[in-house]
Design a binder for this molecule. Structure first.
Ligand SMILES: Nc1ncnc2c1ncn2[C@@H]1O[C@H](COP(=O)(O)OP(=O)(O)OP(=O)(O)O)[C@@H](O)[C@H]1O
Ligand SMILES: [Mg+2]
Length: 325
């Protein structure tokens, strides 16, 4: 077995609310092996982004990791100094977000932003960094890369900006790329191009990817394993094909039922009747019980157990009763 590149154990994240902490991530475990693509799915508010931001210590103000362990190449990130973490960001771990316009500096040319990023982490002169920047634009499929180095973010289309973001994120050859909804703001054609690009980067550079998305079809396309979150918890995880072919948690089943047809709709946001619990402490038992069509009385009284089926785990009393759909 290969050693984990990233390993998260029992991660809890909370937001200060008056004197109390409001939990938004509740005991998440996640592992990514070198070169592996792991999908992270779940409805809006389930804690996907907070999990990703906690890794990089980039939680919004008021947010904090309250317990758990995050290790990267065996190193405990929670004990890293701010300087070490800064070096790790960009150098070892790259990140891309949903909206590249907010992440790119509107006042600086693409070339300047790329060379700044490159030179922060690598001892290259301006010329060498510019050559590397051009190479990166080429890698991410931007036509006329030399000319594009002079362009400003607003001069590029949404898809091109997302490519620039990807170029920035991989500019220092990180071994892990965290991609949080990287295609949500893009139309379907451009989305497919960005997915191809991520897949190509994975196979050419051998980078591991944490791929966060609402879109289960995209997750199925690129990931080897997937983790499903609900109300800040992991409810199911396993090999992506096995899990999507035979989900063992009722929540995953419902999510998969909500996958829209390939009709070009912009948002692939699944909807399940009812709403996830939002504020404060969770009700006792399984957090999904109030919305679950298979819930029994024990589900809202006791914590559901972790049930394993080969490499697939589901946190549900009735996981063993689930048969392939
Ligand atoms: N700045 C903040 N202050 C307080 N609570 C926050 C803040 N940001 C997020 N939260 C809360 O944290 C919870 C998890 O949010 P998170 O952004 O991780 O969800 P998500 O799974 O990424 O959702 P989406 O699919 O919409 O991106 C939500 O209930 C949200 O209300
Ligand atoms: Mg999010």
């Amino acid at each position: 077995m290969t050693e984990d590149l990233l390993r998260i154990d029992g991660l809890h994240v909370g937001f200060r609310s008056g004197d109390a902490m409001r939990s938004v991530v509740r005991g998440v475990d996640l592992r990514i092996a070198p070169g592996e693509v792991v999908g992270l799915v779940g409805e809006s508010g389930s804690g996907k982004s907070m999990t990703a931001l906690a890794i990089m210590r980039l939680l919004p103000p008021g947010g904090a990791v309250t317990s758990g362990r995050i290790s990267f190449r065996g190193r405990n990130l929670r004990q890293c100094s701010a300087g070490d973490l800064n070096r790790l960001r960009g150098n070892q771990i790259g990140m891309i977000f949903q909206d590249p316009l907010t992440a790119l500096n509107p006042a600086l040319s693409i070339g300047r932003q790329l060379t700044d990023a490159i030179r922060t982490h690598q001892p290259l002169g301006r010329r060498a960094a510019m050559a590397r920047a051009e190479e990166l634009l080429q890698l991410v499929g931007i036509p006329y890369p030399r000319q594009r180095l002079l362009a400003y973010p607003h001069e590029l289309s949404g898809g091109m900006r997302q490519r620039v973001m990807i170029a920035l994120a991989v500019s220092c050859n990180p071994s892990l790329l965290i991609a949080d909804e990287p295609t949500t703001a893009l139309d379907v054609t451009v989305q497919a191009q960005v997915m191809d690009l991520l897949d190509r980067i994975r196979s050419e550079i051998g980078i591991a990817i944490l791929f966060i998305s609402h879109n289960l079809e995209l997750v199925a396309e690129i990931s080897t394993r997937v983790t499903v979150m609900y109300a800040g918890r992991v409810v199911e995880s396993g090999d992506v094909r096995a899990l999507f072919a035979s989900p063992r948690h009722p929540y995953t089943r419902q999510l998969l039922r909500c996958v829209p047809r390939l009709d070009g709709s912009r948002s692939a946001m699944p909807t399940i009747p009812g709403l996830p619990p939002t504020t404060g402490a969770l009700p006792p038992g399984c957090p999904f019980a109030p919305r679950c069509d298979l819930a029994e009385s024990r589900c809202s009284a006791q914590e559901p157990p972790i049930r394993w089926h080969e490499q697939q785990m589901a946190v549900c009393f009735r996981a063993d009763e689930m048969v392939p759909a």
